[in-house]
Write a protein that binds this ligand. Structure first.
Ligand SMILES: [Cu+2]
Length: 162
């Protein structure tokens, strides 16, 4: 009788251990499968985090460059050199008869005519110019300057100063 009880206990112990081992091997794949998904989930965010870190870097490097270029582009405009424009007097007319210049520019009239002429305008008056003589005037105020020859009043022309 006692041997039968001992054998029964051993059989129960083997069954319990077998069940425990069975559940152990069933649970193991489930535990490994869950961590595998977690590693994939961790790798994905890591790769996406690297992209935002690399994209801001060029943004910081490119923004200072345009600013430096703008500073370089600003100085040139003030460095506009004044010019001297030539108007020839021939055949009792001014050539060109109408010209547009910038403030600070100078007009130089040259008399290539056989007759003598005298240039008269608002704010300027030349001496009598014989053949080959010239007269220069610097325009420092913007506006339209109509002028004529004092000797031959039909000789008219204009200078636009902007
Ligand atoms: Cu004249």
């Amino acid at each position: 009788m006692k041997k039968g009880i001992i054998v029964g206990v051993i059989v129960l112990a083997v069954l319990i251990l077998g069940g425990a081992i069975y559940y152990y091997f069933v649970m193991m794949p489930a535990q490994y499968s869950i961590p595998m998904q977690n590693f994939n989930a961790v790798n994905a965010p890591t790769s996406t985090n690297l992209n935002p870190q690399t994209s801001p870097m060029p943004m910081v490097n490119t923004s200072p460059l345009p600013a430096a270029n703008l500073n370089v582009n600003v100085p040139p405009p003030p460095a506009k050199a004044p010019k001297t424009w030539q108007i020839t007097i021939q055949n009792f007319s001014f050539n060109p008869s109408n010209i547009t210049i910038d403030v600070g520019d100078t007009i130089k009239w040259i008399n290539d005519d056989v007759a003598a002429h005298q240039i008269a305008g608002n704010g300027f008056l030349s001496q009598v110019l014989n053949t080959g003589d010239s007269y220069s005037f610097k325009f420092t105020t913007a506006g339209t300057y109509n002028y004529h020859c004092n000797i031959h009043t039909f000789m008219t022309a204009a200078i636009n100063v902007q």
